[in-house]
Design a binder for this molecule. Structure first.
Ligand SMILES: CC(C)(COP(=O)(O)OP(=O)(O)OC[C@H]1O[C@@H](n2cnc3c(N)ncnc32)[C@H](O)[C@@H]1OP(=O)(O)O)[C@@H](O)C(=O)NCCC(=O)NCCS
Length: 215
């Protein structure tokens, strides 16, 4: 049955390998445990917000607050669809898709992580392809942007494999040291050239207004 109050709970993106949807409260706890088991080599920091450097239980509380904030702060002109990634019903990671003033700008950005046990098997590429399908096919995006640190091979690998073009860089402080973050753009024409036919979206109609679009 359709969710009566928060239609985003009904939004699902499904590929032959995985499903992306909002997690339930219990599934959030599974994601906390997944992160506890490791997201990356502690010697490196792939995230611009270094949340994995915070030790539990503070990390648990702050992660929950961050997840809840994604819902509490949702606005049609500033949203972030922070989906959990499920393989055979088990949460394996997180893939988000966000935008501000989407109705006019038609630009989205993405971020993601997988539990270490699930990395290096093609899931990172698959889950990004899934939310790009939601963005371009489902929501009518014109461009998708992303960035990654220059030493994050797997993230850069996903981005390049999906046809993004490098379009600049910035230097940010990471653990107090300067680090190069590379920016990429995938436009609609390049997405269309590699468009997948085996990804499906359900439950989007009742969410369109929440994404700032005409119902
Ligand atoms: C980034 C992340 C989501 C990628 O997911 P993944 O499942 O490990 O990546 P995939 O197996 O889908 O690999 C994607 C591509 O990167 C390539 N790749 C993997 N490791 C690589 C490396 N060290 N250097 C270069 N390319 C690499 C793969 O060959 C593949 O390309 P292909 O399809 O053309 O062969 C995952 O590794 C992760 O969660 N890392 C820790 C958190 C993180 O870095 N998040 C992103 C922050 S920007």
């Amino acid at each position: 049955m359709a969710h009566p109050y928060w239609p985003l709970y009904d939004l699902r993106v499904t590929t032959p390998l995985l499903e992306i949807r909002l997690p339930t409260e219990d599934e959030l706890y599974c994601l906390l445990a997944l992160a506890d088991a490791g997201v990356h080599d502690p010697a490196t920091m792939p995230f611009s917000i270094p949340w994995t450097d915070v030790d539990p239980p503070r990390r648990h509380r702050e992660s929950l607050q961050w997840w809840w904030s994604q819902r509490a702060q949702w606005r049609p002109d500033d949203w972030s669809f922070t989906g959990a990634v499920f393989v055979d019903g088990e949460p394996v990671g997180v893939q988000d898709l966000g935008a501000s003033d989407f109705a006019r700008r038609r630009v989205v950005s993405t971020g993601s992580w997988l539990g270490r046990a699930h990395q290096g098997k093609g899931l990172g590429k698959e889950m990004r392809a899934a939310v790009l399908h939601l963005a371009f096919d489902g929501l009518g995006a014109h461009e998708a942007h992303t960035c990654a640190f220059a030493d994050n091979g797997p993230s850069l690998g996903v981005t390049r494999a999906l046809g993004y073009e490098e379009n600049g860089h910035t230097v940010v402080l990471r653990r107090g040291e300067p680090a190069r973050s590379i920016a990429f753009c995938l436009d609609r024409a390049r997405w269309s050239a590699g468009r997948r036919r085996d990804i499906s979206i359900s439950g989007l109609e009742s969410c369109r207004e929440m994404f700032g679009l005409e119902p």
